[in-house]
Design a protein around this ligand. Structure first.
Ligand code: SF4
Length: 220
């Protein structure tokens, strides 16, 4: 185990799964959110497979960058990375009528529901007793909204549980940034969908800031 995977460096107690003798399916939204969680899971010897299923990300080039950054880190830690479908047409269909919702509103609930329903299904079909998501580590997100969606999706299957661990605790949020800088991860500047890109640029315009230029910013 390399130095950066020792738990002493995490100030986080050893993690233990909510269900014994289960493997974990970790739904991942991006490398910056996943980095700290993946290292803590590796250091805790929790058998984890990463599931990248994010059809919300727009446009395709942005999706590919975020996915490849996540894969790069999976390879580094020796985690298997499952490449979920980029079924963006279904995503657009699902959030029809919610295009003008604010972030953390009803559109985001549908977006989480869709991603977690697929994650829970994959977990059920492939023998994972527990699934979790990296989404909650970001302070931009409403953790209660995420956990409600996570639990709702898990309820569909008797033998799949959702792990509602608070990844922000025990310094998780700050280590997330430290690890992102150490790994020089791609730094996305909007949540992911075309509407979050639109709204972030609107906010920037109103506040006399430059528009987002995608694909060029990395943590340093
Ligand atoms: S703002 Fe983020 S969570 Fe909400 S719908 Fe868009 S991509 Fe999904």
């Amino acid at each position: 185990m390399s130095d950066h995977l020792k738990l002493d460096n995490f100030a986080r107690p050893v993690l233990s799964m909510p269900k014994e003798n289960s493997n974990l399916l970790l739904h991942s939204c991006c490398a910056p959110c996943a980095g700290e969680i993946m290292e803590a899971l590796a250091a805790s010897n929790i058998n984890t497979t990463v599931y990248f299923y994010n059809p919300n990300i727009h446009p395709t080039e942005e999706y590919e960058i975020r996915k490849n950054e996540n894969k790069r880190f999976c390879d580094k830690l020796g985690f298997e990375c499952i490449d979920g479908d980029y079924d963006k047409d279904n995503w657009f269909e699902r959030i029809k009528g919610l295009e003008d919702e604010p972030e953390r509103g009803k559109r985001c609930t549908q977006c989480f529901d869709m991603r977690f329903e697929r994650s829970a299904l994959f977990a059920q079909e492939n023998g994972f007793g527990v699934y979790a998501t990296t989404l909650g580590i970001s302070r931009w997100k409403d953790m209660e909204q995420i956990n409600s969606s996570g639990l709702r999706a898990a309820k569909r299957y008797e033998d799949v549980s959702y792990w509602d661990f608070n990844w922000r605790k025990q310094g998780g949020s700050s280590r997330m940034v430290e690890i992102s800088k150490r790994e020089e991860f791609y730094q996305q500047e909007y949540c992911g969908c075309v509407y979050s890109l639109r709204d972030t640029n609107r906010w920037r315009r109103k506040n006399n800031k430059d528009r987002i230029i995608r694909g060029v910013k990395f943590y340093s």
